[in-house]
Design a protein around this ligand. Structure first.
Ligand code: F6R
Length: 246
Protein backbone atom coordinates (compact mmCIF):
# COMPACT_ATOMS: atom_id res chain seq x y z
CA UNK A 1 0.00 0.00 0.00
CA UNK A 2 1.24 3.48 -0.85
CA UNK A 3 0.33 6.36 1.45
CA UNK A 4 0.63 10.03 0.52
CA UNK A 5 -0.01 12.44 3.38
CA UNK A 6 -0.31 15.86 1.77
CA UNK A 7 -0.30 19.18 3.58
CA UNK A 8 -3.77 20.32 2.60
CA UNK A 9 -6.81 19.67 0.42
CA UNK A 10 -5.27 21.25 -2.71
CA UNK A 11 -2.08 19.20 -2.45
CA UNK A 12 -4.17 16.07 -1.80
CA UNK A 13 -6.26 16.81 -4.90
CA UNK A 14 -3.19 17.33 -7.10
CA UNK A 15 -1.63 14.08 -5.87
CA UNK A 16 -4.82 12.08 -6.46
CA UNK A 17 -5.22 13.64 -9.92
CA UNK A 18 -1.64 12.69 -10.77
CA UNK A 19 -2.36 9.04 -9.88
CA UNK A 20 -5.40 9.09 -12.19
CA UNK A 21 -3.47 10.90 -14.95
CA UNK A 22 -0.68 8.31 -14.73
CA UNK A 23 -3.29 5.59 -15.27
CA UNK A 24 -4.79 7.37 -18.29
CA UNK A 25 -1.40 8.15 -19.84
CA UNK A 26 -0.15 4.58 -19.43
CA UNK A 27 -3.42 3.07 -20.75
CA UNK A 28 -5.44 5.64 -22.71
CA UNK A 29 -8.37 3.21 -23.19
CA UNK A 30 -8.58 2.33 -19.50
CA UNK A 31 -11.70 1.93 -17.39
CA UNK A 32 -11.86 4.46 -14.56
CA UNK A 33 -14.08 3.78 -11.58
CA UNK A 34 -15.26 7.15 -10.28
CA UNK A 35 -16.76 8.50 -7.06
CA UNK A 36 -18.85 11.52 -6.10
CA UNK A 37 -18.87 13.44 -2.81
CA UNK A 38 -16.95 16.48 -1.62
CA UNK A 39 -13.53 14.88 -1.43
CA UNK A 40 -12.82 14.24 -5.14
CA UNK A 41 -14.09 17.63 -6.38
CA UNK A 42 -10.59 19.18 -6.32
CA UNK A 43 -9.16 16.09 -7.99
CA UNK A 44 -11.65 16.47 -10.83
CA UNK A 45 -10.83 20.19 -11.12
CA UNK A 46 -7.16 19.36 -11.55
CA UNK A 47 -7.93 16.74 -14.20
CA UNK A 48 -10.11 19.27 -16.04
CA UNK A 49 -7.24 21.77 -16.00
CA UNK A 50 -4.76 19.26 -17.44
CA UNK A 51 -7.30 18.23 -20.08
CA UNK A 52 -7.96 21.87 -21.08
CA UNK A 53 -4.20 22.48 -21.33
CA UNK A 54 -3.96 19.50 -23.71
CA UNK A 55 -1.82 17.47 -21.32
CA UNK A 56 -4.40 14.75 -20.75
CA UNK A 57 -7.16 13.16 -22.82
CA UNK A 58 -10.12 11.04 -21.78
CA UNK A 59 -11.15 10.41 -25.41
CA UNK A 60 -10.68 6.65 -25.12
CA UNK A 61 -11.56 6.26 -21.44
CA UNK A 62 -14.65 4.43 -20.20
CA UNK A 63 -15.96 5.30 -16.76
CA UNK A 64 -18.08 3.43 -14.24
CA UNK A 65 -19.43 5.27 -11.22
CA UNK A 66 -19.86 3.66 -7.85
CA UNK A 67 -23.40 4.56 -6.98
CA UNK A 68 -26.58 6.56 -7.41
CA UNK A 69 -29.46 7.61 -5.18
CA UNK A 70 -32.73 5.77 -5.70
CA UNK A 71 -35.55 7.92 -7.01
CA UNK A 72 -33.50 10.85 -8.34
CA UNK A 73 -33.64 11.66 -12.06
CA UNK A 74 -30.32 12.28 -13.84
CA UNK A 75 -31.24 15.99 -14.09
CA UNK A 76 -31.83 16.32 -10.33
CA UNK A 77 -29.07 18.55 -9.00
CA UNK A 78 -28.27 16.07 -6.20
CA UNK A 79 -28.18 12.99 -8.41
CA UNK A 80 -24.75 11.48 -8.87
CA UNK A 81 -25.18 11.57 -12.68
CA UNK A 82 -25.68 15.33 -12.42
CA UNK A 83 -22.67 15.60 -10.09
CA UNK A 84 -20.45 13.78 -12.58
CA UNK A 85 -21.67 15.86 -15.53
CA UNK A 86 -21.08 19.16 -13.77
CA UNK A 87 -17.89 18.27 -11.90
CA UNK A 88 -16.09 16.34 -14.65
CA UNK A 89 -17.75 14.94 -17.77
CA UNK A 90 -19.02 18.25 -19.23
CA UNK A 91 -15.52 19.72 -19.03
CA UNK A 92 -13.32 16.95 -20.46
CA UNK A 93 -13.24 15.07 -23.74
CA UNK A 94 -14.75 11.82 -22.44
CA UNK A 95 -17.42 10.46 -24.82
CA UNK A 96 -20.86 10.68 -23.15
CA UNK A 97 -21.67 7.14 -24.30
CA UNK A 98 -18.56 5.86 -22.51
CA UNK A 99 -19.73 7.11 -19.10
CA UNK A 100 -21.76 4.83 -16.84
CA UNK A 101 -23.69 5.69 -13.68
CA UNK A 102 -26.39 3.41 -12.26
CA UNK A 103 -29.86 4.73 -12.98
CA UNK A 104 -31.77 5.80 -9.86
CA UNK A 105 -35.02 6.27 -11.71
CA UNK A 106 -36.10 2.77 -12.63
CA UNK A 107 -39.22 0.78 -11.77
CA UNK A 108 -37.14 -2.25 -10.83
CA UNK A 109 -33.95 -1.29 -8.94
CA UNK A 110 -32.90 -4.97 -8.56
CA UNK A 111 -32.98 -5.36 -12.34
CA UNK A 112 -30.97 -2.15 -12.72
CA UNK A 113 -28.37 -3.49 -10.25
CA UNK A 114 -27.98 -6.69 -12.31
CA UNK A 115 -27.76 -4.66 -15.54
CA UNK A 116 -25.12 -2.35 -14.04
CA UNK A 117 -23.03 -5.21 -12.68
CA UNK A 118 -23.06 -6.68 -16.22
CA UNK A 119 -21.91 -3.34 -17.66
CA UNK A 120 -18.96 -3.16 -15.26
CA UNK A 121 -18.12 -6.82 -15.87
CA UNK A 122 -18.46 -6.35 -19.64
CA UNK A 123 -15.86 -3.59 -19.47
CA UNK A 124 -13.55 -5.97 -17.57
CA UNK A 125 -13.96 -4.08 -14.25
CA UNK A 126 -12.05 -0.90 -13.40
CA UNK A 127 -8.35 -0.49 -14.08
CA UNK A 128 -8.35 2.16 -11.35
CA UNK A 129 -11.16 2.71 -8.87
CA UNK A 130 -11.34 6.06 -7.10
CA UNK A 131 -13.01 5.90 -3.68
CA UNK A 132 -14.00 8.39 -1.01
CA UNK A 133 -14.48 7.19 2.55
CA UNK A 134 -17.60 7.61 4.69
CA UNK A 135 -17.22 8.69 8.30
CA UNK A 136 -18.70 5.29 9.17
CA UNK A 137 -16.14 3.52 6.97
CA UNK A 138 -18.42 3.03 3.97
CA UNK A 139 -17.12 2.78 0.41
CA UNK A 140 -19.58 3.46 -2.37
CA UNK A 141 -22.79 3.06 -0.40
CA UNK A 142 -21.66 -0.20 1.18
CA UNK A 143 -22.73 0.60 4.70
CA UNK A 144 -21.52 -1.17 7.88
CA UNK A 145 -23.32 -4.49 8.07
CA UNK A 146 -22.94 -8.18 8.85
CA UNK A 147 -21.29 -9.29 5.62
CA UNK A 148 -19.48 -7.78 2.64
CA UNK A 149 -22.00 -7.40 -0.21
CA UNK A 150 -20.51 -8.76 -3.43
CA UNK A 151 -22.28 -7.35 -6.49
CA UNK A 152 -24.13 -4.13 -7.30
CA UNK A 153 -27.14 -3.98 -5.02
CA UNK A 154 -29.87 -1.86 -3.51
CA UNK A 155 -29.03 -0.51 -0.07
CA UNK A 156 -30.87 1.24 2.76
CA UNK A 157 -28.76 4.24 3.78
CA UNK A 158 -27.83 4.46 7.45
CA UNK A 159 -28.89 7.38 9.63
CA UNK A 160 -25.25 8.55 9.81
CA UNK A 161 -24.94 8.68 6.00
CA UNK A 162 -28.29 10.45 5.63
CA UNK A 163 -27.16 12.96 8.24
CA UNK A 164 -23.74 13.42 6.56
CA UNK A 165 -25.36 13.99 3.16
CA UNK A 166 -28.17 16.23 4.43
CA UNK A 167 -25.86 19.22 3.84
CA UNK A 168 -26.57 18.90 0.11
CA UNK A 169 -30.37 18.81 0.51
CA UNK A 170 -32.94 21.21 1.97
CA UNK A 171 -33.25 18.90 5.00
CA UNK A 172 -32.38 15.35 6.13
CA UNK A 173 -35.95 14.38 5.17
CA UNK A 174 -35.16 15.15 1.53
CA UNK A 175 -32.18 12.77 1.39
CA UNK A 176 -33.20 9.60 -0.46
CA UNK A 177 -33.33 6.62 1.90
CA UNK A 178 -32.01 4.09 -0.60
CA UNK A 179 -29.26 3.89 -3.20
CA UNK A 180 -27.82 1.56 -5.79
CA UNK A 181 -24.16 0.78 -5.25
CA UNK A 182 -21.42 -1.36 -6.64
CA UNK A 183 -20.73 -4.15 -4.16
CA UNK A 184 -17.54 -4.57 -2.22
CA UNK A 185 -16.82 -7.51 -4.55
CA UNK A 186 -17.22 -5.29 -7.62
CA UNK A 187 -14.88 -2.70 -6.10
CA UNK A 188 -12.29 -5.30 -5.11
CA UNK A 189 -12.12 -6.54 -8.72
CA UNK A 190 -10.55 -3.21 -9.76
CA UNK A 191 -6.88 -3.67 -10.61
CA UNK A 192 -5.90 -0.59 -8.59
CA UNK A 193 -7.64 1.37 -5.86
CA UNK A 194 -7.11 5.06 -5.12
CA UNK A 195 -8.79 6.22 -1.92
CA UNK A 196 -8.94 9.87 -0.93
CA UNK A 197 -9.73 11.33 2.49
CA UNK A 198 -9.77 14.89 3.74
CA UNK A 199 -10.45 16.51 7.10
CA UNK A 200 -10.23 15.56 10.76
CA UNK A 201 -13.68 13.96 10.74
CA UNK A 202 -12.26 11.17 8.55
CA UNK A 203 -9.27 10.40 10.81
CA UNK A 204 -11.03 7.63 12.76
CA UNK A 205 -12.46 6.01 9.65
CA UNK A 206 -9.02 6.03 7.96
CA UNK A 207 -7.44 4.49 11.03
CA UNK A 208 -10.12 1.81 11.39
CA UNK A 209 -9.97 1.00 7.67
CA UNK A 210 -6.23 0.44 7.54
CA UNK A 211 -5.17 -0.38 11.13
CA UNK A 212 -8.26 -2.10 12.52
CA UNK A 213 -9.62 -5.59 11.99
CA UNK A 214 -11.02 -6.52 8.57
CA UNK A 215 -14.75 -6.51 9.15
CA UNK A 216 -17.92 -5.64 7.20
CA UNK A 217 -18.71 -3.33 10.13
CA UNK A 218 -15.99 -1.11 8.55
CA UNK A 219 -16.50 -1.84 4.84
CA UNK A 220 -13.29 -0.03 3.78
CA UNK A 221 -11.23 -2.42 5.93
CA UNK A 222 -11.57 -4.98 3.12
CA UNK A 223 -9.06 -2.85 1.19
CA UNK A 224 -6.34 -4.31 3.44
CA UNK A 225 -6.77 -7.43 1.28
CA UNK A 226 -6.36 -5.59 -2.05
CA UNK A 227 -2.89 -5.88 -3.62
CA UNK A 228 -2.69 -2.35 -5.07
CA UNK A 229 -4.07 0.46 -2.89
CA UNK A 230 -2.96 4.09 -2.88
CA UNK A 231 -4.26 6.24 -0.02
CA UNK A 232 -4.04 9.99 -0.51
CA UNK A 233 -5.10 12.25 2.31
CA UNK A 234 -4.49 15.59 3.90
CA UNK A 235 -2.66 15.94 7.21
CA UNK A 236 -5.69 15.79 9.46
CA UNK A 237 -7.42 12.83 7.78
CA UNK A 238 -4.22 10.76 8.00
CA UNK A 239 -3.03 12.03 11.40
CA UNK A 240 -4.20 9.04 13.48
CA UNK A 241 -3.03 6.49 10.90
CA UNK A 242 0.44 8.03 10.65
CA UNK A 243 0.72 8.18 14.46
CA UNK A 244 -0.01 4.46 14.59
CA UNK A 245 2.46 3.65 11.81
CA UNK A 246 5.26 5.80 13.30
C1 F6R B 1 -19.66 8.67 -3.46
C2 F6R B 1 -19.55 7.59 -2.52
C3 F6R B 1 -19.36 7.77 -1.07
C4 F6R B 1 -18.44 8.95 -0.70
C5 F6R B 1 -18.28 9.06 0.81
C6 F6R B 1 -17.43 10.23 1.20
O1 F6R B 1 -19.84 8.19 -4.78
O2 F6R B 1 -19.64 6.50 -2.95
O3 F6R B 1 -18.83 6.58 -0.53
O4 F6R B 1 -17.19 8.74 -1.30
O5 F6R B 1 -19.55 9.21 1.40
O6 F6R B 1 -18.08 11.41 0.83
P1 F6R B 1 -17.40 12.85 0.99
O7 F6R B 1 -16.26 12.86 0.02
O8 F6R B 1 -18.47 13.81 0.62
O9 F6R B 1 -16.95 12.95 2.39
Amino acid sequence: MRIYQEKDYNAMSRRAASVIAAQVVSKPDCVLGLATGSTPVGTYQQLIQWCKQGDLSFAQVHSVNLDEYCGLAPEHDQSYRYFMQTNLFDHVDIKPENTNVPSGLVSDPEEECARYEDVVKGLGYADLQLLGLGRNGHIGFNEPCGEFPLATHLVDLTESTIEANARFFASANDVPKQALTMGVGTIMKARKILIVASGADKADAVWKAFCGPITPEVPASVLQLHPDVTLVGDGSALAKLMEDKA
